[in-house]
Design a protein around this ligand. Structure first.
Ligand code: G4P
Length: 528
């Protein structure tokens, strides 16, 4: 491969933050951008915080339109690297979006609140990361407040999340007694000075744990620190890069994001150790980022981000080759070549037109209804990236049209929204119902809102007797036909044309599974 391609690829770091709401993801994002020099003053990302409390992230996004695009993907340079930070929705009703975003990263940062420890959402997101053994760094936040004993927290992370912890920094006290962190690898103490607001302020750095200056500054806490560290070093794992890259170990940092403290240590370590772009599986072969020809996949589609253009942006992760402005690329699913002259890149401060993009980068393609989540783009090769799932919905509603003459628009709108991953559509084999499936209830509000705004369709959603759904397949064609005949009343076709078993109760599903052992019932469906 050309040396430019190799250098550019090697310096990409593409990641997302995983955390439970309120642990400090927004604050952390803002501080990373601040340290990355992407924003001068903290506070820009903060505006989005309101979205978390609003009835719908999406509707709030709508209000903020222009801003939301920059916060979906943020790119900034740091110490010779190009960092791509992919944002994930705050509200759990949009968790599918989060899961899919995690398929487009090479590593993740887990933020944990020192007082709360491992929380429910973190556990779920960690499970998703584990599907691909995504390497994870951990930041324990809010040390300026009283919290739990650091040793206990590491213990909890190890037990609950089943991943080894390797502390890289260690806190000196907490709450009112918080004095800073000791950097285990650098054998240096970084003293804490609260610096709310946007300025980067470096506190004093004291080299060496035995340095008498430490006793001068910390008084009795210096001896405490030495003692504690002896214990910690004996009881915890030391950093093992291989174990980290394999997703078996997480390096742990402590700090206070809001006070800009501990963030730089994390970022320095991140650019040094976090993996660059990784190879990706397709249905036929593994694509290596070093390959010269371009390939990538779409993991997210976002609507109406720019009030000037009522278009949708498809977010594509570059997997190999170089993307250049004006390039012609091949959309594999529909066998079509498209010339991309106006792809977007996401420098943290603005949305800009892309000239070149390398593996690990995310580009935004204008989508006029032809791009679906999961779509692969190449320079002609018939490839299809795998691992971008649809999850079996847990909530179901029947679409009810106020004006029956609008059926065509309704169908078109729903098809479109399904392709964007906003909802899932099921058409029972034996009725004309349109059944919508979602993972979170707010998705229905968003769909109703968008049908009205974009397709001028007034639809409401009513309860329907479906509790769960499974995609079905079977190697034995004849058996599958029998199955289809016998249980037709419980079968539906999804928006991609795949067959789905829709069950009124979990017991019904279980019985069907027992009765038809040859048929496989899948809780996820890959896009394609
Ligand atoms: P999220 O995106 O993960 O949901 O969390 P976010 O960053 O919005 O932070 C949640 C709350 O925790 C915010 O307080 C934020 O200011 C606070 N916070 C974040 N980092 C730290 C920290 O290092 N120390 C302390 N003490 N607090 C921190 P809030 O009261 O909800 O909002 P605000 O009034 O501060 O804006």
């Amino acid at each position: 491969m050309s040396s430019r391609h190799a250098t550019e690829t090697a310096r990409r770091r593409t990641f997302a933050i995983i955390s439970h709401p309120d642990a400090g993801k927004t604050t952390m994002t803002e501080k990373l951008l601040l340290f990355g020099g992407a924003i001068q003053l903290a506070g820009t990302v903060k505006g989005r915080k309101a979205a978390r409390h609003a009835t719908s992230d999406w509707m709030e996004l709508e209000k903020q339109r222009g801003i939301s695009v920059t916060s979906s993907v943020m790119q900034f340079p740091y110490k010779g690297c190009i960092v791509n930070l992919l944002d994930t929705p705050g509200h759990e009703d949009f968790s599918e979006d989060t899961y899919r975003t995690l398929t487009a990263v090479d590593s993740a940062l887990m933020v944990i609140d020192v007082a709360k420890g491992v929380e429910e959402r973190t556990i779920k997101l960690m499970d998703v990361c584990r599907l691909r053994d995504t390497p994870i760094m951990t930041f324990i936040n809010k040390l300026d407040r009283e919290g739990r004993e650091p040793i206990d927290l590491l213990d909890e992370v190890e037990k609950v999340l089943k991943i080894q912890c390797a502390p890289v920094t260690w806190p000196i006290g907490m709450g009112k007694r918080f004095k800073g962190v000791y950097h285990i690898h650098h054998d240096a103490v970084h003293l804490y000075s609260p610096t709310h607001g946007g300025k980067i302020q470096r506190g004093e750095v004291i080299q060496g744990l035995d340095n008498p200056r430490l006793d001068e500054v910390l008084g009795g806490q210096a001896a405490e620190l030495r003692e504690e560290l002896e214990l910690v070093m004996g009881a915890s794992h030391s950093f093992d890069k291989e174990a980290y890259l394999a997703g078996r170990q997480t390096p742990v940092f402590f700090g206070s994001a809001i006070n800009n403290f501990g963030v730089q240590e994390l970022l320095d370590d991140f650019v040094e150790n976090a993996p660059g772009p990784q190879p990706r599986a397709t249905e036929t072969r593994t694509v290596d980022p070093s390959e010269e020809t371009f390939s990538g996949f779409v993991f997210k589609i976002q609507a109406n981000m720019d009030p000037q253009h009522r278009d949708r942006i498809a977010f594509l992760r570059v997997c190999s080759g170089t993307f250049r402005k004006g390039m012609k690329i091949h959309q594999v699913r529909i066998g079509r070549d498209v010339k991309i002259s106006d792809a977007l890149t996401f420098m943290a401060s603005d949305r800009e037109h892309v000239e070149e993009a390398y593996p690990g980068d995310i580009i935004g393609l204008h989508n006029h209804g032809t791009i679906r989540i999961g779509d692969t783009f190449t320079q002609g090769e018939q490839l299809s990236f795998t691992g971008i799932p649809n999850f079996a919905p847990e909530l179901f509603r029947r679409a009810h049209l106020r004006d029956p003459l609008k059926m065509k628009q309704l169908q078109k709108g729903l098809q479109q929204l399904c392709e964007e991953g906003a909802t899932q559509l099921f058409r029972p084999l034996v009725s004309n119902d349109l059944i919508l499936g979602a993972v979170g209830v707010l998705q229905f509000d968003v769909v109703a809102h968008r049908l009205k705004a974009e397709y001028n369709v007034d639809a409401s959603f009513e309860n329907v007797n479906v509790q769960t759904a499974r995609w079905v397949s079977c190697d034995d064609g004849r058996k599958f036909e029998q199955f289809r005949d016998k249980v037709a009343a419980n079968l539906a076709v999804d928006h991609g044309g795949d067959l789905v078993y829709i069950a009124p109760t979990r017991v019904n599903l279980q019985m069907a599974q027992e009765k038809w052992p040859e048929v496989r019932f899948h809780a996820t469906r890959e896009h394609g």
